[in-house]
Design a protein around this ligand. Structure first.
Ligand SMILES: [Zn+2]
Length: 114
């Protein structure tokens, strides 16, 4: 796992050429065209509907997509109702309390924690 360390000159090799401040929360999901776990950034989502080998379970309670938490980037599985915005999504990381809803399969609405 990659955990952000103190900046000591050899962090993660990315040089931030896009210039977006890292503290800004994602407001939109980024749908990944292919399953490349290393390129899942915060807010990335990968739909499993055509990838039955990745689906842990079939049926209405099966997982629908892999979502990287828009705050901390932890990968988690979400269900179809969560993807449709009927259920909220909570980050699975014990160090992150990100809680949000997905609107229109793309926009993120952050919800208060408790
Ligand atoms: Zn998180």
């Amino acid at each position: 796992m990659k955990t952000p360390e103190k900046k000591n000159g050899k962090s993660n090799g990315r040089n931030g050429s896009r210039g977006t401040p890292p503290t800004k929360l994602q407001t939109e999901l980024l749908e990944m065209p292919a399953w490349v776990p290393q390129s899942m950034e915060p807010g990335s989502v990968f739909l499993l509907r055509n990838r039955s080998e990745l689906r842990a379970e079939h049926g209405p309670h099966g997982f629908w997509a892999v979502l990287a938490c828009p705050q901390c980037g932890t990968l988690g599985l979400i269900t179809e109702p969560q993807y449709r915005g009927e259920h909220s999504v909570m980050c699975g990381s014990p160090h992150c309390s990100c809680h949000f809803l997905i609107h229109d399969h793309s926009r993120l609405e952050y919800l208060p924690n408790h």
